[in-house]
Each structure stands twice: as structure tokens, then as C-alpha cells.
Ligand binder design. Structure first.
Ligand code: KG4
Ligand code: ZN
Length: 336
């Protein structure tokens, strides 16, 4: 079964054809980064307009690269939540219209289920496992019981991990997107240049939760308090010290979850899963088996959407034409 997956929740216009939820026949990602760089962040209105302009050629290219015509596609899927409303509406409306006009089944897909599924495109992974879903909008530590059955253990109480990278980079004028630039700068900096705090919550209710607003404030407004005067305040040193604390924040909670649940497999997904320090820090823990998608599948892409859609189709589930978009995540249960 060949599924066309469309993704337009933020600043990438993406389309991909995936066969049987596994074989990627094409994966086209048109990034809008150059258009948002000037503003050092995604401008929602600009993003929607670019999606409208690019959606048709991107889908066309995905079909061409898969050497398929639209007739040979069995179903069409698109992200419908969470994300920027204007951006989501473009891919969702395009996908629904294409499916309706060609008489094919349509499946609306939750973007975060997509990030979780990305690693499954390359290897067979047994459920349950611990998920680490980290992007520009979300930071979720969860038990993944099935492709659509996720129990949230912890999340951010303020900023998402990727958002913290983006905001620090924006403040210091490092470039955009922040995560990519900081990751690169940090390679030539020292993690000892500053000792930024890694927040912890004493309330057991927040055992697996993370927070980034304190770290962000420390790096932006109180850097002198945490700086080691033996080091020069270079972009590389700031990036390395910030990244170390940002990654430790995630890894510390994840290790608690591993200990408490006994689940030893961790599957990461989302833009921040591309972070080289996160990968290296988790690799130091030989007691856990960490699975990271390849870099191309960490960020937003249509393949992960097509993959999730296939799993719904296998169960005979499709979405009604009335399905709408939502800026919010919805459908992710928090463990009580
Ligand atoms: O999943 P994604 O492409 O879009 C959302 O769903 O948000 O994630 C984008 C986020 C941005 O905040 C970006 O700065 C961050 O992922 N990111 C990274 C890296 N590459 C992208 N963060 C840390 N290290 C990276 N290498
Ligand atoms: Zn994403």
C-alpha cells in the first residue's frame, strides 16, 4: 500500500510516498529557513503563504521521485495537529481535497505521532518503549504502547527544548534555526565555561517534567553569575555550556523514567533528536538501547506522516472529511 504523506505544520513544506509504512519511495522537504532567517524565528503568516506556493510542486516532486502517478497512490495523509493553524490548514486542505477529488481514503495525522514513528521507518521496534519527543514546540517523555497509544510521563512546564535553543541563539545573534547553529558552535566550545542550572522539581507530580525558562534566563540575563572567569565569553563557549545543561535536563528525566518503568529501549524523535550532544550523552548509558532516526527524519517530513497513516489504514481507520486542524496536541494522555 502506497501512502502519500503531507506535512505543513510549521516551516517545512514536505511530501513523501511510503510503501507499507516502511519503504520510503520519496521524501521531499522544502525548507522555508531562508525566508525566516531574517526574523530569527518562524513568521506564521509568511509560513502559510510559502506553503500555499510550494505545496503543489512539492507533492508533484514526491510523486515523480517515487516514479508514481497519483492513480497509483492508495491513500493520502496530512498532518492536522499540533502546529501553526495557518500552516496546518494548507497541507490539510490540500490533502483532503486531493483525496476527495480522486476518491482515495484520507487520514489526518498527529504530528507528534509522526515524530515518534520516524525511527520505525528504518527498523522494527517492539512496543512498549520510552519515547523522547523533542521539537520546537514540545518536549515529551512518554511510554509508547503502540503507534497511537502514548502515555505522557513528563512534559515541559514552560518552553520546549527546541524553543530554548532558538531563543538563546536569537538573543546572541548566533543564527537560525538555533538548535542547528548551537550544536555546531558547541563543538568548538567548552562545557566548563559556565555551570548553568539543571532544574529539578521536588513535587513527585513533576518527576519527569522539564523546564527551560530558568535556563534561558540564566543564559540570557544572568550569564555572569554562572560564568567561569577562566574562560572567554565566546559564542562557542556559551553554546557548549548552554547545550550541556539543556541536554542534561532531558537526559536526567529520561533516566528516571528508565529506572521507574524498567523500559530499556528509548526512541527519540523531533528536531532536537538531531542534537549531537544528546546522542552522545545517551550513548554513554550502555544500560539503555537508544534509537535515533537519521538526521533527515528528525526534523519535519512527510514520510513519518505517511508511516503513521499506514498503521491507521491497516486497522481500517480513516478520517472523515469534516476533520479539522488544531494548534493543540490533543489525544496525548498524561499518566495520573
Ligand atoms: O521537529 P521540528 O523540525 O519542528 C517542530 O515540530 O517544532 O523541530 C524544530 C526544532 C527547532 O527548535 C530547532 O532549533 C531544533 O528542532 N533543532 C535542534 C537541532 N536541530 C534542530 N535542536 C538541537 N540540536 C539540533 N541539532
Ligand atoms: Zn516537528
Amino acid at each position: 500500500m502506497k501512502v502519500l504523506g503531507i506535512e505543513s505544520s510549521c516551516d517545512e513544506t514536505a511530501a513523501s510516498v511510503v510503501e507499507d509504512g516502511k519503504t520510503i519511495l520519496s521524501n521531499v522537504v522544502a525548507t522555508q529557513i531562508p525566508f525566516h532567517t531574517k526574523y530569527q524565528g518562524v513568521v506564521p503568516e509568511l509560513a502559510s503563504r510559502k506553503h500555499i506556493e510550494w505545496i503543489q510542486p512539492v507533492v508533484q516532486q514526491a510523486l515523480e521521485e517515487a516514479h508514481l502517478t497519483l492513480d497509483e497512490i492508495d491513500a493520502i495523509a496530512a498532518t492536522n495537529r499540533p502546529g501553526l493553524m495557518g500552516s496546518l490548514l494548507v497541507g490539510l486542505t490540500y490533502g483532503k481535497t486531493l483525496a476527495w477529488a480522486t476518491g482515495k481514503p484520507f487520514i489526518a495525522v498527529n504530528h507528534m505521532l509522526g515524530h515518534c514513528y520516524a525511527a520505525h521507518l528504518l527498523e522494527d521496534i517492539q512496543y512498549p518503549y520510552l519515547g523522547l519527543l523533542v521539537s520546537g514546540g514540545h518536549s515529551i517523555i512518554c511510554i509508547v504502547k503502540n503507534f497511537d497509544d502514548i502515555e505522557v510521563l513528563g512534559t515541559t512546564i514552560d518552553d520546549a527544548a527546541g524553543e530554548a535553543f532558538d531563543k538563546v541563539a536569537k538573543f546572541y545573534g548566533f543564527g537560525y534555526p538555533g538548535g542547528v547553529v548551537i550544536d555546531k558552535l558547541a563543538k568548538n566550545g567548552s562545557v566548563n565555561a559556565a555551570q548553568f542550572p539543571v532544574p529539578r522539581f521536588h513535587d513527585p507530580k513533576h518527576r519527569y517534567d522539564v523546564s527551560y525558562s530558568g535556563l534561558k534566563t540564566a543564559v540570557i540575563n544572568q550569564i555572569d553569575q554562572f560564568w567561569n572567569p577562566e574562560y572567554e565569553k565566546t559564542p562557542e563557549n556559551i553554546a557548549a555550556s548552554f547545550q550541556e545543561a539543556a541536554v542534561k535536563t532531558l537526559v536526567s528525566r529520561l533516566l528516571l523514567a528508565v529506572e521507574d518503568t524498567g523500559l530499556k529501549t528509548v526512541v527519540a524523535g523531533g528536531g532536537v533528536a538531531a542534537n549531537s550532544r544528546l546522542r552522545a550523552m545517551l550513548a554513554e548509558h550502555s544500560e539503555i538501547h537508544c534509537i535515533f532516526p537519521p538526521l533527515k527524519l528528525c526534523g519535519d517530513n512527510g514520510a513519518m506522516i505517511a508511516g503513521v497513516a499506514y498503521q491507521f489504514l491497516k486497522r481500517g481507520e480513516t478520517s472523515p472529511w469534516s476533520v479539522g486542524a488544531s494548534a493543540r496536541i490533543e489525544g496525548f494522555r498524561r499518566k495520573r
